[in-house]
Design a protein around this ligand. Structure first.
Ligand code: IPM
Ligand code: MN
Length: 353
């Protein structure tokens, strides 16, 4: 086979395995159609393994995963495991150790999908959030003293370095150029309050932008205003670049405007290393094993992964197939309301590819 990709698959918890199964179905259909090979290797990291063996994600696994062409992940989060253990021990550990410093989250309303935004359609909701993915309050910098006393002090620091900011901004500028739409990159921050961190971001944004990307228009929005405009005028946006925590928050808002967690895809990108593709949504424990969850987010993740691997035609075919299914088949994007089961939705997409 001319091109063969080795993909590590982490189905994970809850409905993760069900959506990943359909994502793989679409990927295999695309491989067959466009003449490349995909080898999937499954890893059972997640809540069940942790509860059985106490093991979360050993360092040896990170080393092993780093040899694959990409990682395809379902969902992490288990109702019987205290919040934070699996999220930090698997998801965040992989993002940090594999230095996936961009979390790329497209906000795109597909045809036929209902949005809660009044009078908005697919022509208005089509932009991308570049969420910085390795800095900020996610670094674990901080601590607690005098715990349990009335004087307890808790700190969790917003950490950024010139290096972290620059590499994320360069990625965002380049992505905006490659996307070739409005050629507008909006920095989303809080320069009126977080004057140290966003002074750094703003200076780097303007310096890199004017010196290296004069063809890209620069805009700036405060985080609070960004939320407002994402609801009121989403058509203003082309690409938004922002910090880790702000990006976490606005991409859930964005996801609901594109039809909810069943449809929102994302990729943790290391442009020079191993990237990991995962739906924005979680493990949806109450729907586990019922074959009712919407797999389109996972399928769209497969498309993003192929695009990242350079299989752009195949990636586009997956997206077109998804759009045909949302426009002509699914009644609703929510679990149990699609009019089809999880596996039937996967079949519909695979047939179209
Ligand atoms: C996300 C999630 C994660 C995050 C959690 C599960 C650690 O909310 O991918 O957006 O905060 O990044
Ligand atoms: Mn989140």
């Amino acid at each position: 086979m001319a091109r063969t990709y080795n993909i590590a698959v982490i189905p994970g918890d809850g409905t993760g395995p069900e959506v990943v199964r359909e994502g793989k179905k679409a990927l295999s259909a695309a491989a067959l159609k466009f003449g490349f090979g995909i080898n999937f290797t499954e890893f059972d990291f997640g809540g069940d393994r942790y509860l059985k063996t106490g093991e979360i994600l050993p360092d040896s696994a990170v080393a092993e995963l780093s040899k694959f062409d990409s990682i395809f992940l379902g969902a992490i989060g288990h109702p019987d495991v205290k919040p934070g253990i699996l999220e930090k021990g698997i998801l965040l550990k992989l993002r940090f150790e594999l230095d996936q410093y961009v979390n790329l989250r497209p906000i795109k309303l597909y045809p036929g999908v209902e949005t809660p935004l009044k009078n908005k359609g697919p022509e208005h909701i089509d932009y991308v959030v570049v969420r910085e993915n390795t800095g900020d309050v996610y670094t674990g910098s901080g601590g607690v003293t005098m715990k349990g006393t009335p004087n307890e002090v808790a700190m969790q620091n917003m950490v950024y370095t010139r290096f972290l900011v620059e590499r994320c901004l360069r990625y965002a500028f380049e992505y905006t150029r490659k996307r070739n739409r409005k050629k507008t990159l909006a920095l989303c921050g809080k320069t009126n309050v977080l004057t140290y961190v966003f002074d750094l971001w703003e200076r780097a944004f303007n310096e890199i932008g004017s010196a290296e990307f004069p063809d890209i228009k620069r805009e700036y929005y405060h985080i609070d205003a960004t939320c407002m405009w994402m609801v009121k005028n989403p058509e203003w946006f082309d690409v938004i670049v922002t910090t880790n925590m702000f990006g976490d928050i606005i991409t859930d808002l964005g996801a609901i405007t594109q039809g909810g967690m069943g449809i929102a895809a994302g990729g943790n990108i290391n442009p020079d290393g191993v990237s990991m593709f995962e739906p924005i949504g979680g493990s949806a424990p109450k729907y586990t094993g019922k074959n009712v969850i919407n797999p389109l987010a996972s399928i769209a993740c497969g498309g993003m992964m192929l695009e990242h691997l350079g299989e752009e035609t195949a990636a586009r075919a997956i997206e077109i197939a998804i759009m045909d299914v949302t426009a002509n088949k699914l009644k609703d994007m929510a679990a149990g309301k699609m009019g089809y089961s999880t596996s039937e939705v996967g079949d519909l997409v695979a047939e179209r590819i």
